[in-house]
Ligand binder design. Structure first.
Ligand code: NAD
Length: 434
């Protein structure tokens, strides 16, 4: 079967590559010429483990191709996936202009029955908008179905998440469309992945409900960390004690600098705004957002306190910039407000991130980018661990001691052992631990 994926970002490229690995012929379309040129040469514009190998292999075997010509992509395809961005607008609503643009192009270029599948995260009602837009722009009234198939992959483990998801959600009003989607996802059906087949509006809502709930767990444990610090309890043991209860589960109970990335901040604001537009205050999610927005200040306070209240002229060595390990994605990374806030107070930054530094340059000013953790530590007054890349887990602390000016470590991800750090002679500060 031929399919087309429009929008070749983190989601679209992984979707296209994985479907081609399933044996489908995939045309990936993007309106970014530079991106498509790179991809045509087998170069991958994002950092995602395993993606280069998967794309190159399927290119060689002739199952995946790249173009800026949407007509070519849509013309050959039975199913067209929309995977363009839905960034927040000024009110926090999902900006649907790219989705609408693609729907218009699909309408103008379709040449027979198509299943149009929205993979982008979109508010309830977008399925209807896509349907209307396509109808308005068709040259002839070709039949088509609109399906919602939200994506749950995580950057950094995107291929594994796509290939072995916890579930596949298909929202459709037509049996034919459901049958085509089931056919596309057949390899996942064979490994007994649960399929949730529902209507379009419910599928659209499942994505927001899932992200809002995960964000709630993060803000909850971050609030617990604040309380633990005040009462002298250890938030890790609290999280473990809670998480072993199967009704709660241990995932997403790690305290830290707050959630970031291109999904949770945007999707929590969007669902709050969707509720408000329908006359409802989503109080829990509003609190989750507020707690998260305050996280940067809580982290800044820790770092300022570690420097005895005075950061002016002090050098901070920052390990990690991306919003999580194994990605280069800097969108809404919690490191951004922390760095900017401390720069406002006069601190200087030496930073290292294995993949995020190029993108970080688009967001940050006056940061001295270094070649590794040790290079970043040279002459610094404090070392801040901000993103828990594996390579930061086994630091040679004896070597660090020689390089740092101040023997102070602020661990925003709690990856080091407090006893060992203190025994090694460091002043060690973490999150939610006495
Ligand atoms: P992205 O910004 O990485 O990629 C979007 C791509 O769409 C870009 O390459 C852009 O050039 C292209 N594009 C925009 N308008 C276009 C047009 N008219 N024609 C062709 N291409 C066009 O975005 P992303 O992170 O992949 O997210 C895409 C969607 O998936 C969003 O709705 C997001 O919320 C959702 N989502 C993202 C993730 C994630 O981890 N990134 C996970 C699940 C869902």
């Amino acid at each position: 079967m031929n399919i087309c994926v429009v929008g070749v970002g983190y989601v679209g490229l992984v979707t296209g590559a994985c479907f081609s690995e399933f044996g489908l012929r995939v045309t990936c379309v993007d309106n970014d010429d530079a991106k498509i040129d790179m991809l045509k040469q087998g170069k991958i514009p994002i950092y995602e483990p395993g993606l280069t190998e998967l794309v190159q292999k399927n290119m060689k075997e002739g199952r995946i191709s790249f173009t800026t010509d949407i007509k070519a992509g849509v013309g050959n395809a039975l199913a067209v996936f929309i995977a363009v961005g839905t960034p927040p607008d000024e009110q926090g609503r999902a900006d649907l202009r790219y989705v609408e643009e693609v729907a218009r192009s699909i309408g103008q270029t379709m040449n027979g029955y198509k299943v149009v599948v929205t993979k982008s995260t979109v508010p309830v009602g977008t399925g209807k908008l896509v349907e209307r837009t396509i109808k308005e722009h068709q040259s002839e009234p070709y039949p088509f179905d609109v399906v919602s198939n939200p994506e749950f992959l995580r950057e950094g483990s995107a291929i594994e998440d796509f290939m072995r998801p916890n579930r596949v959600v298909i929202g459709a009003e037509s049996q034919q469309a459901v049958a085509i989607l089931k056919d596309l996802y057949n390899p996942l059906y064979l490994i007994e992945t649960p399929f949730v087949i529902t209507d379009v509006a419910t599928a659209e809502m499942i994505k927001y409900a899932s992200n809002a709930f995960l964000a709630t767990k993060i803000s909850f444990i971050n609030e617990m960390a604040n309380i633990c610090e005040r009462v002298g309890a250890d938030v890790h043991q609290v999280a473990r004690g809670m998480g072993l209860d199967q009704r709660i589960g241990s995932k997403f109970l790690h305290p830290g600098p707050g959630f970031g990335g291109s999904c949770f901040p945007k999707d929590t604001r969007a669902i709050s705004q969707i509720a408000r537009e329908h006359g409802y205050e989503f109080r829990i999610v509003d609190a989750v957002i507020k707690v998260n927005e305050e996280r940067a200040d809580v982290m800044i306070e820790k770092i300022v306190a570690a420097l005895d209240g005075d950061v002016k002229g002090k050098v901070v060595a920052m390990l990690g910039l991306a919003f999580k390990p194994n990605t280069d994605d800097m969108r809404e990374s919690p490191t951004l407000p922390i760095i900017r806030g401390l720069q406002d107070k006069g601190a200087r930054f030496q930073a290292y991130d294995p993949a995020g530094m190029e993108h970080a340059k688009e967001y940050l000013q006056d940061v001295d980018y270094k070649s590794d953790a040790y290079d970043a530590a040279k002459g610094a007054d404090v070392l801040v661990l901000a993103t828990e890349w594996n390579r930061f887990r086994n630091i040679d602390w004896d070597r660090m001691k020689q390089l740092l000016k101040g023997l102070v470590v602020v661990d925003l991800r709690n990856i080091y052992d407090p006893e060992r750090m203190r025994a090694s002679g460091f002043t060690y500060i973490s999150v939610g631990r006495p």
